[in-house]
Design a protein around this ligand. Structure first.
Ligand code: SAH
Length: 393
């Protein structure tokens, strides 16, 4: 039984009626009952219409995240259906069959606002039971504790502070993951640090784009900026690249990149790892007239809010200008933005301006975005964040 009701202000029901899954505090007129943080509440329009059921988060500007706009019970069966549906979609695409790591639940866009679940299996472990581990009631069964399976929480993201939630990490169920999980992605081997790596340890959202780079890489030299654990470089070497250079500010990430190269049977000489600041190193390379066939720019999110957009634009312009300068004629720039606030059209304009300032003519060969296990619900455009361009100088 849902005992509490969140009543929206008059005229503030439009977003929810359009199936947007968030209710902002400014739209809330009153709350009937005393819901605890996380409790399921009814969301009603000013005229009493039931609009949906969601999770109550009093400390947040997003006070309700909607589980459903239909009349449903938010019980164990509801979550099991969501998880099964998410898995079925990925299986239909053959993602779990070709990849031992993938995003099973992409939050709002898989119907579970605020919840992200990435599956990481050891390469060669074809166990299909990942979703079964999630589906079981806590405590009902020691899910997979003897088979090395477990659920590990990485709730150490800053946004939790806005919810008034503690940041926390740790084992929720079953076995604690080992320090490294070696995964396979479309035939490429990667090493993932689930416990301490960024996000859940690996940038699964770039999988499809790594596969694109692989197609263009034969015989090429590649400069992979913001490389993290070498994702794009290993794809390039699989595609027959002559040499790849990683630049990242994180030495632990680069150490893993070197280990991953060995996992794939590449020689140490094929991959160079440089720990440093991309902004600085690109300037040094330009001054030394160094040239590459392919430059990858996959920086971290430059804009967390609208106020930072202008500064972010300057950052993208700067690195893209330098990227174009470092390309040989005919060379390819793989350039990305993972800032959701940076719209595709604006990003393209910034890259175009960078080409002008680098005094070069370039064309777009391809437009890229987040991998297919990161879908975006139409009613939730905020879920679309990663965009990229393949430009040829
Ligand atoms: N391309 C990667 C993901 C990149 S994430 C992949 O496919 O896996 C962004 C990376 O940029 C992080 O690893 C972070 O350590 C690094 N980084 C952030 N600021 C940096 C800077 N100024 N110079 C170098 N690396 C930086």
């Amino acid at each position: 039984m849902v005992s509490s009701q969140v009543i929206l202000k008059h005229g503030r029901d439009r977003n929810v009626r359009a199936r947007h899954p968030w209710v902002f505090s400014g739209a809330v007129d009153k709350v009937k009952g005393k819901p605890q943080s996380g409790a399921t509440v009814e969301v009603r329009a000013a005229n009493g219409d039931l609009l949906g059921l969601g999770a109550w988060s009093p400390a947040s500007q997003i006070q309700v995240r909607l589980w459903t706009c239909a009349e449903a019970s938010i019980d164990h069966g509801f979550f099991v259906r969501c998880i099964r549906q998410a898995l079925a979609y990925r299986q239909q695409l053959g993602i779990p069959a070709r990849n031992s790591a993938y995003r099973l639940i992409n939050a709002e866009s898989d119907g579970l606002p605020g919840v992200v679940v990435d599956v990481l299996r050891l390469a060669g472990d074809a166990s299909p039971t990942a979703s079964r581990v999630l589906e079981t009631h806590p405590g009902r069964r020691p899910a997979g504790s003897d088979s090395g399976q477990g659920v590990y929480e990485r709730s150490d993201v800053d946004v939790r502070k806005k919810e008034g939630l503690e940041t926390t990490t740790g084992s929720l169920k079953g076995a604690t993951p080992p320090a490294h999980i070696d995964i396979v992605e479309e035939g490429r081997h990667y090493r993932v640090d689930v416990l301490n790596g960024h996000k859940t340890g690996f940038y699964l959202d770039q999988r499809d784009n790594r596969s694109v780079l692989q197609q263009y890489a034969a015989g090429k030299t590649v400069l992979n900026c913001f490389s993290y654990t070498g994702g794009f470089s290993i794809a390039a070497l699989h595609g027959g690249a002559a040499q790849a250079t990683n630049i990242d500010a994180s030495q632990p990430a680069l150490d893993i990149a070197a280990q991953a190269a060995a996992l794939n049977g590449f020689q140490p000489s094929q991959m160079e790892n440089i720990c440093g600041d991309v902004f600085k190193l690109l300037r040094e390379y330009r001054n030394e007239n160094r040239q590459f066939d392919i430059v990858v720019l996959d920086p971290p999110k430059f804009a967390d809010n609208r106020k930072q957009l202008e500064k972010a634009a300057r950052g993208y312009k700067d690195i893209n200008l330098l990227g174009f300068k470092l390309l040989k004629p005919g060379g390819l720039l793989f350039t990305f933005s993972c800032s959701g606030l940076m719209e595709s059209s604006l990003f393209q304009k910034i890259v175009a301006d960078a080409a002008v300032d680098a005094d070069c003519d370039a064309r777009i060969l391809r437009k890229l975005d987040q991998a297919t296990d990161h879908p975006t619900r139409l009613a939730f455009p905020e879920g679309y964040y990663l965009k990229g361009l393949v430009c040829q100088k």
